[in-house]
Design a binder for this molecule. Structure first.
Ligand code: SF4
Length: 299
């Protein structure tokens, strides 16, 4: 029903949302990504970043509020809706709560820079208006790797952004990418990523495995600046094991490595399930028949 009805919105494709927003109503308040330069990401390469005007956004909200008045979750697309000016974002968020009486949650993607550019009071005001959750790509906590994949952020700015968002009351869901540093930078990539996760302590962490679409592979390899040696599935599992071993948090962190790009599925909540996750990985290593066929990641 939701998917059928959403077709009425005449989306500007491609349209992306996190897996956990599968049942959310999506409004495209921006198109594309304002940065659009991460070398591993081709999500919005076909689009130029733009911000949709109020009359268009309002018309869509008005229409969908009549069709799906019982909507509880909304996701604001595209790649970094938080890039919108705080005042405009607040106008959208407030209007959504006016038009959807049982709305419980509004989420969007956010780059570290989007969060840092907003003042603490702007973030707090948006949070008080009902924007609840950010999906933020950490990708790596290694400055070497972040530079090589032209992420436009450092470990320090990522940690600052995460802490700032959490302090303002947002639920924070972060993504990291196994294999992003290749074999050469594998240890450094995982060490830095664990360090950032330990400092930022997001509510949710999703671990993906690097997958390069053909259209972006060339650019990724060129920008990497040195021969990129991809990690194998079993090495990605080693990275996952190292990452879990090095994550040391006091607050609950819900951890998922169950994305389609992963050869292995691991999930649990830190700190309680850390040992169980490590034991599951040890079991997987003894049962290589569960390994996905090599070569699916585009190398
Ligand atoms: S900021 Fe996000 S959406 Fe934009 S290019 Fe980087 S990974 Fe892709």
């Amino acid at each position: 029903m939701l998917r059928d009805t959403q077709m009425m919105l005449n989306y500007d494709y491609p349209l992306y949302r996190p897996p956990s927003e599968a049942d959310s109503l999506i409004f495209q308040v921006t198109l594309g990504c304002s940065y659009n330069k991460c070398s591993f990401c081709d999500m919005y390469r076909t689009k130029e970043y733009s911000e949709r005007p109020w009359d268009e956004v309002k018309a869509e909200i008005d229409m969908m509020s009549k069709i799906l008045p019982q909507t509880k979750r909304i996701f604001l697309a595209d790649g970094d809706a938080l890039n919108l000016d705080a005042e405009y974002m607040q106008k959208i968020v407030k209007y959504l709560y006016e038009k959807f009486p049982v709305l419980e949650r509004i989420a969007c993607y956010a780059m570290p820079m989007n969060v840092l550019k907003k003042s603490e009071s702007e973030l707090k005001t948006l949070r008080d208006s009902g924007l609840n959750m950010f999906y933020l790509g950490i990708e790596s906590g290694s400055d070497i790797v972040l530079k090589k994949v032209t992420k436009g952020a450092t470990a320090t700015t990522i940690v600052r952004a995460c802490k700032k968002a959490k302090a303002a009351g947002y639920i924070l869901s972060c993504m990291v990418i196994l294999g992003l540093g290749g074999k050469t930078h594998s240890k450094e990539h995982i060490r830095g990523t664990a360090r950032v996760l330990n400092e930022a302590s997001p509510h949710y962490v999703g671990a993906l495995t690097l997958y390069l679409e053909n259209g972006i592979k060339e650019e990724f390899l060129t920008k990497f600046g040195e021969p990129f040696v991809p990690v194998s599935d079993s090495e990605a599992l080693d990275e996952l094991e190292d990452l879990i071993r090095q994550i040391d948090v006091n607050d609950d962190v819900i951890f998922r490595a169950n994305h389609g790009s992963n050869a292995y599925t691991i999930k649990g909540t830190f700190p309680h399930d850390k040992q169980a996750m490590l034991e599951k990985i040890a079991w997987m290593k003894q049962h290589p028949e569960v390994v996905r066929p090599v070569g699916l990641r585009g190398f």
